[in-house]
Design a protein around this ligand. Sequence first.
Ligand SMILES: O=C(O)CCC(=O)C(=O)O
Ligand SMILES: [Fe+2]
Length: 335
Amino acid sequence: MYSNIPTIDFSRFLDGSIEDRQQTVSEVDNALKTIGFLHLDNHGIEQEKVDTFFEWSKRFFNLSEHEKETLCPTPQSFGQRYFGVGKESIRGQTCMKESFDFRNPKNNSFGSWPDEKQLPGFCDFAADFYQACTELIDKLLECLSISLNLRPEESLGQHHTGSMFVSSLIHYPAVPAQLIRSGKVVRNPAHSDFGTLTLLFQRNVGGLEIADMSSTDKSSSTGVEKSGKFIYVGPKPGSILVNVGYLLMRWTNGRWKNTVHRVSEPPHPVSNKVAQETGDQEIIPERYSIAFFSFPDEVTIVEPFTSCCNDQTPKRWGPINAGQYLLKKRADLYF
Ligand SMILES: O=C(O)CCC(=O)C(=O)O
Ligand SMILES: [Fe+2]
């Protein structure tokens, strides 16, 4: 089943009239209320930049294992890091992916980058891409703050200087379809994101699926994975997929959905070149994606906005410290 995720033309917020802006604000609100995901068109990040960064990503993952393994976690608990294929195991399933999480490349205290001799220009390009995503997040937060009727001192932008933003280059190697179908391995297991907003860039090969949260009474990733229906969200050229993280759901007192999603088999696994080399089995081709996770600054206390609480929807959560929450989630996921 294919998704019906709304597409928002964001140029109407960036450059439109007051009416256009207001209309966009309400379309965004609607999408986040009903699905928690939207496709963003005309967002201001040139397609050429995205394509070039995907090329960099390919070159990065083509480095030797040894070279990549040296980009291991720094002693800092929120530093940048490389994760090799099969290094994560979630709910008993091995994750067939490798990823490189990086923080603001302009700040060199966050961790290592590949040697400039190996990938000259990679760090500079990553900085450029990171900056473009940061600017887009700022605009989206402005749009969301209008939608929530926030007072200037409460506005989401006030809590997002970018100090905790992380981008992740992700590579899913080609894998025999049978391995995924048997449940022995998984590309990216059912989960929901934990920050504010995620920007997701998909390329060519699909496989992303989002849960239809109305198909189950469960809300945990495990529960939804067992009993929910998942809907395929193919790559949409030129669009960025935007979704709501846990902290934003909590800030909005549940108004915006923190929807469970996963990466599984695309609808048309192909018996491609790799299949000819490995025998005749069905192979799921390799897949690349890039995520940009926005998080509130470490000291932020996240508590439902009063504009999201009323007699019918009383406050559902107390205050939570964003920095502590994120560290705990990272620890649960990776160690
Ligand atoms: O690779 C993808 O398309 C999804 C990645 C994702 O959901 C995540 O890293 O949180
Ligand atoms: Fe995710």
